[in-house]
Design a protein around this ligand. Sequence first.
Ligand code: HEM
Length: 419
Amino acid sequence: MIEPLTPESLARASTFSKPNEVYELYARLRRDAPVAKAEPRGYRPFWVMTRHDDIMAIERDPATYAAGDRTVLLPEKVEAIYEAKYGDRNGVKPLTHMDGPYHRAHRGVTMDWFGPKNLRKFEPQIAAIAKEFVDRMEDLGAACDFSADIAYWFPLRVVMTLMGVPKEDEAQVLRLTQRLFSPADKDLKTQDGEKSASAHDGVRDVFAEFGDYYRALTEDRRKSPKDDIISTIANGVVNGCPMAEREMTSYYVIASTAGHDTTAASIGGGLLGLLQFPDQLEMLRADLGLLNSAAEEFVRWTAPVKHFMRTPQQDVTWHGTTIAAGEAIMLCYASACRDESVFPDGNQFRIDRKSNPAHLAFGYGPHFCLGKFLATMEIRAFYAELLPRLKHVELAGEPTYIESTFVSGLKSLPIRFSF
Ligand code: HEM
């Protein structure tokens, strides 16, 4: 008999290779144990919260719930390595790991750059990249692995282009990203077919390598700034001073990685949704004006970021259970995205959901995803190019999922198609 999942299962990367079982666990927890304790071996204990409204309330109260104490779930062994190396169990210091005015000041460095007004300038460039990847799909003939061959690479090219990373360095940055986000998944391949590194390698020096990589580009953009993300970060001023080295490297890391696996998962997951709900595919083909709400639904339905954590600064009580100050809470965004109290038909894929009420796949509150506009813009651009050209598409095999407790989505989506 297969053992049902428990809160402890959320600390096992392999759990996420079977998303339906995870959604069943989330539904059970929402119903019976909205505040559940998890004590997995090899991890400090943590609380698991799964209800939409609870997660939103926690995110809305950053003074009580700090993001920076314990931001994502890491094995104790990894935390110990980070502590020894950086004096902080969290390791790096990107926006997601900051709090209060310090966070606001750093977020301010790129906030306008990621805003709709600035990003609209890049719409033609993103549309051209979408065309390049749909052309690549057409060149592959009648079948491909949509996730591994197409969806994975398109957002990478977009982010790298907007960052200002030279094309020939993309594979290197991708390898670093994979080691950061999915170190447990040994199957992931780079574009040149090389296996991604082991978890141990990932911990040992991935940040140092990111730092080394971006150092030269920082120098370059300080001398001759361009209209790209690297220039914005390299010349960013926080409280009147240039950013500290660790914060700057962390900023590069989050800007170049946060929008990659996540957007790829949403583009791949969106196609799977359209294949599993063919009426939705027909509806979208008939009216590309639905792409705005469809892009939101792709992200809600896929919810690639499985969690972030928050740490109460004082004792708090939820549903009769007291969580002591300093004990971390895992916010399960993917659960919130299917919470029946907000989405009565949450397991249905519906591209015309009117308001998609605060679906939480992009988080909420002061840390709300900075790249939300970019991500949805990319999804729209890709499907606006693909759908008018695609005559037929069907599943050609079993989809598989990336094994990661943090960012997980489709690893493989075999399809047959004609243009
Ligand atoms: C579908 C794609 C994406 C999803 C599902 C996603 C999801 C998230 C989530 C859940 C958070 C944390 C929010 C919170 O703590 O409340 C976040 C933060 C962030 N995301 Fe995204 N993201 C996506 C795409 C992007 C893109 C394209 C970029 C930029 C290139 C980006 C950059 C960031 C940054 C910089 C933060 C940190 C914001 C802060 O802490 O102030 N994301 N994202």
